[in-house]
Design a protein around this ligand. Structure first.
Ligand code: MN
Length: 258
């Protein structure tokens, strides 16, 4: 089995190499990752400047490793389009140090990178731990390896795009594994004023609000001490829409032509 590993915390992140170390025992691993931290960069693609790629010395021996001067999404596009071509069985993005829950998946670089694998027909996992420290990264690495095995042996389908979050707990304290849906309203972004004496500027500040975290959502599962696995797909269309019925626009063309 051949696994492409990437992340959004940058190529030197502990989460990435904890994952690689675990996967190495079950698969051939190739790392293609951004040369610096790119958290919250979402699905950004670099189209207006060249992309430098460097083969670098891996932090786990024997791993083919490329550092990309670009986004997580760039890294996966480069990997699958050029560096390793399509000779891949699975794309894993992570292990992110910090959660990727609820509607945050839309700005997550970790999830954005996995998306590129999924869009190209590869099974894709985004995996995160709900804590900024590195206490329980090994749990997430073990889980990723288990899921990779299940994909290899066709226990899991190959057309999957899973967003996985683990609570920041020792294995013995984890209650269970829940298949979840995304919560909504996980954060609010506010603007704060700053001034360095010469000029003013703004800070965007994120605050947790966890507004809609009913049972069966990912945030609910994590808060209860469970591992959350959310199957994602890419169709964002809301139709039929309860607030925008077709009839609302039935005269729109006529109004436009008046
Ligand atoms: Mn990150």
């Amino acid at each position: 089995m051949k696994i492409l590993v990437t992340n959004d915390d940058g190529i030197f992140a502990q989460g990435l190499w904890t994952l690689v170390k675990q996967l190495k025992s079950i698969a051939q691993v190739i790392v293609v990752a951004p040369d610096r931290e790119q958290s919250a960069i979402g699905t950004a693609v670099t189209l207006r400047q060249p992309l430098r790629v460097q083969r670098v010395r891996p932090m786990v021996s024997g791993i083919e490793t490329y550092s990309v001067e670009g986004t997580p999404t760039d890294s996966v596009i480069l990997a699958l389009g050029k560096l390793v071509k399509n000779k891949i069985d699975l794309v894993i993005s992570g292990i992110n140090q910090g959660p990727n829950l609820g509607d945050d998946v839309l700005i997550s670089g970790t999830v954005g990178a996995a998306l590129q694998g999924y869009l190209r027909g590869f099974p894709a996992l985004a995996i995160s731990v709900n804590g900024a420290d590195s206490l329980y990264l090994a749990n997430a690495a073990k889980l990723a390896a288990l899921l990779a095995k299940k994909i290899e042996s066709n226990v899991l389908p190959t057309n999957i795009f899973l967003n996985i979050n683990l609570p920041n707990l020792p294995l013995a304290k984890i209650k269970g594994v829940k298949i979840t849906r995304l919560a909504s309203g996980s954060h609010t972004d506010t603007v704060e004023d700053g001034n360095n004496g010469k000029w003013g500027y703004y800070w965007l500040v994120r605050q947790k609000i966890n507004k809609n975290t009913d049972e069966e959502t990912d945030i609910w599962a994590i808060e209860q001490g469970n591992i959350s696995i959310t199957p994602l797909h890419t169709n964002l269309t809301r139709k039929p829409s309860p607030s925008i019925p077709d009839s609302l626009f039935s005269d729109l063309l006529r109004e436009l032509q008046q």
